[in-house]
Design a protein around this ligand. Structure first.
Ligand code: MLT
Length: 329
């Protein structure tokens, strides 16, 4: 059957539009099944805790379960890499932070780019780090802790969430501004490191508030300072590093959500709306505040604000990190 030219062109146009139509149809039907949020660190740590609080509430807005899967190793690069390679269909979400999406890009070689290979969804919250030690470390303030480190430099240890993780970078920073030296003990996340700190197997951590605060409140570890210019509302008794005599050790860890590059805008918008809903939820806000999390204002809870902040953080920290010559393993 010989098609007239116009009929043929008409059919061809229709066929060409099919992917766009199915893409839009898919985006409109999204989400049609459960999604997976990849946590690049061990269960029980700060990123896992924040992921589970968000996933639980986002389910209400999305009408589908958001499963949390821990894919650990190499300071988070393995879990984030899983999302970089995932289909841009809206069903694989990356939760990450300053460590995974800024620091790692400066110190690790891996087959994805921490900015270019992801679609930003939204910032979630930020928290300073806490300088903490095992309960029986013989020091009552930050200066005594630094003196103890210097007096025990051969055996002193700092637990980290992996080589090149935010906690490791902060440790290198602490060494460079105090002259103290100590060994780094890498774990698959801050959660398992904290278990060993509570057990007295390691001496200190420079750790996210979300991970240390519950232990600090339980009296199972000691706290010395927060790595910020202002005190933490959730732990007003802890001095800032400036007040404790270590000016300038300011490290803020911010968490955010991303999706694989080329995920349709309609899908990003739906997921962003679910994040905004969750961050407006009173119960979520209370739980995040108890974990020392500072939620960004509403006007910063959008993909464009995350992209701008992420880019600025890369431009600020990459020169510093590269100059420090910290290499990922
Ligand atoms: C974790 O969840 O273990 C942390 O985000 C790791 C880190 O602090 O870099």
């Amino acid at each position: 059957m010989k098609l007239r030219r116009r009929q043929f062109l008409h059919l061809a146009a229709g066929a060409a539009a099919l992917p766009a139509i199915s893409r839009t149809a898919r985006a409109q039907a999204y989400p049609a099944r459960p999604m997976t949020m990849i946590v690049p660190y061990a269960a029980g740590g700060p990123t896992d805790t924040i992921a589970r609080i968000m996933a639980e509430r986002m389910r209400t807005s999305l009408g589908q379960v958001v499963l949390v899967e821990n894919v650990t190793g190499a300071a988070g690069t393995i879990g984030v890499g899983r999302v970089a390679r995932a289909a841009p269909d809206g069903y694989t979400i990356s939760i990450g932070h300053w460590g995974t999406h800024v620091v790692n890009g400066a110190i690790y070689e891996f087959p994805y780019h921490v900015f270019n290979d992801f679609e930003p969804v939204s910032l979630i919250a930020s928290n300073p780090q806490l300088i903490v030690s095992r309960k029986d470390l013989p020091a009552n303030n930050l200066q005594e802790m630094i003196a103890w480190l210097k007096a025990n430099s051969v055996k002193a240890t700092q637990g980290t969430a992996g080589h090149g993780s935010a906690s490791h970078v902060s440790g290198v920073y602490l060494q460079s501004i105090t002259g103290a030296s100590f060994q780094f003990v890498p774990y698959r996340g801050a959660g398992p490191a904290m278990q060993d700190l509570v057990a007295g197997q390691i001496d200190i951590m420079i750790d996210q508030a979300a991970n240390s605060l519950p232990q600090l409140r339980a009296g199972t570890i000691k706290g010395y300072a927060v790595t910020d210019k202002v005190r933490l509302a959730a732990a007003p008794e802890l001095p800032t590093v400036d007040e404790a005599g270590l000016p300038g050790l300011h490290i803020l860890l911010w968490h955010a959500l991303w999706m694989p590059k080329r995920t349709p805008t309609e899908i990003i918008d739906k997921l962003n709306a679910a994040v905004v809903d969750a961050l407006a939820d009173a119960n979520v806000r209370t739980r995040l505040a108890e974990l020392g999390q500072d939620i960004p204002p509403r006007e910063q809870q959008n993909p464009q604000a995350l992209a701008a902040y992420h880019k600025a953080e890369i431009e600020k920290w990459w020169p510093i990190l590269k100059a420090a010559n910290i290499k990922g393993e």
